[in-house]
Design a binder for this molecule. Structure first.
Ligand SMILES: O=C(CO)COP(=O)(O)O
Ligand SMILES: O=C[C@H](O)COP(=O)(O)O
Ligand SMILES: [Zn+2]
Ligand SMILES: [Zn+2]
Length: 324
């Protein structure tokens, strides 16, 4: 069977343009939560409906490979209806996280995504501009919004390990957003992917001074922060109390993210904290009830814990509650 092109508008999804404009003005950030399976999607939608928050559903290349991109896409299609069923329609963006080629972005745009990231941050500046331009040109024909990236996050990014940060250079941002026409810009100011963002003894600070400098160059332009998990220590402890071995897992403090949310940072990406919440809950159930073998009995509590974590982020860190 031939895959039928679908516009996100037919699915009731929205692109990120208006949401970002409101978030920048209102001094809050929209949660960008990754999902790979049913329980994660349920937790995201339940949390956002209960807090009346807009949401960006993120699908990575890894998620597409894990869950099968057709199944995943069709799960996401149900999200709009599901939110209405839960009682509150909320704006939902379906976003490709870390797109690494024009072809992948095009495929997502043709199959109902309302937003894509083209991550050319590992390329030379000129090649990043060229690739991003190509994606923007195609995406905008379909009213799909595009996130570009300047600077490289430390840690594991796109399966490429980079030991050190290459912070975004404020001198480049104006030229990049003008030349490419991107709708938002992901920057590197010391956040990183995964649960091991800092080493013990390091000062776990992000460079809010660079963010400020960037904002001066492109006032009001929507900024995105990747790698923004805080790695809650109670979750790490629960995991380790129930057989896990997560040593020295350290994240970004919620205080700094709260500060960033008030600026032009209007999208904050959180995935690892959700992974920790689910893992802690699953480990606890299986450890305390070794007789249990119904997946609903451990995935259910994992989903509940994930929902609470996501609500906490919305209300206490991002400030997007009530903004749907
Ligand atoms: O940036 C992310 C997804 O693109 C997620 O970051 P974390 O690993 O800090 O959750
Ligand atoms: O930025 C990375 C996201 O956390 C997605 O991770 P993944 O590539 O393992 O799905
Ligand atoms: Zn990148
Ligand atoms: Zn990321």
């Amino acid at each position: 069977m031939q895959k039928q092109p679908t516009s996100y508008k037919e699915l009731g999804l929205v692109n990120s343009r208006d949401l970002f404009a409101k978030a920048v003005k209102g001094g809050y950030a929209i949660p960008a939560y990754n999902f790979n399976n049913l329980e994660q999607l349920q937790a995201i939608i339940m949390a956002c409906v209960e807090t009346k928050s807009p949401v960006i559903l993120q699908v990575s290349k890894g998620a597409r490979n894990y869950a099968n991109q057709t199944l995943l896409r069709n799960l996401a299609r149900g999200a709009v209806e599901y939110a209405e069923e839960l009682g509150t329609p909320i704006p939902i963006v379906l976003h490709l996280d870390h797109g690494d080629s024009f072809e992948l972005c095009k495929d997502c745009i043709e199959t109902g995504f309302s937003s894509v990231m083209i991550d050319g941050s590992h390329l030379s500046y000129e090649d990043n501009v060229a690739l991003t331009c190509k994606v923007v040109e195609y995406a905008h024909q379909h009213d799909v919004t595009v996130e570009g990236e300047l600077g490289v996050l430390a840690g594991v990014e796109d399966e490429v390990a980079s030991e050190t940060h290459t912070y975004t250079q404020p001198e480049e941002v104006e030229d990049f957003v003008t030349k490419t026409g991107v709708d938002s810009l992901a920057i590197a100011i010391g956040t990183s992917h995964g649960a091991y963002k800092f080493k013990p003894g390091e000062d776990p600070k992000i460079r809010l001074d660079i963010l400020e400098e960037i904002e001066k160059r492109i006032p009001g332009f929507p900024i995105v922060l990747h790698g923004s998990s805080s790695v809650p220590q109670d979750l790490v402890a629960t995991i380790n109390e129930h057989g896990g071995k997560l040593k020295d897992a350290i994240g970004i403090s919620e205080d700094q993210l709260r500060e960033a949310s008030k600026s032009a940072v209007c999208k904050i990406n959180i995935d690892s904290d959700g992974r920790l919440a689910m893992t802690a809950a699953v480990r606890k159930v299986l450890d305390e009830k070794p007789e249990e073998f119904d997946p609903r009995k451990y995935l259910g509590p994992a989903r509940d814990s994930l929902k609470e974590l996501y609500k906490h982020k919305i209300i206490n860190v991002l400030g997007s509650d009530g903004k749907a």
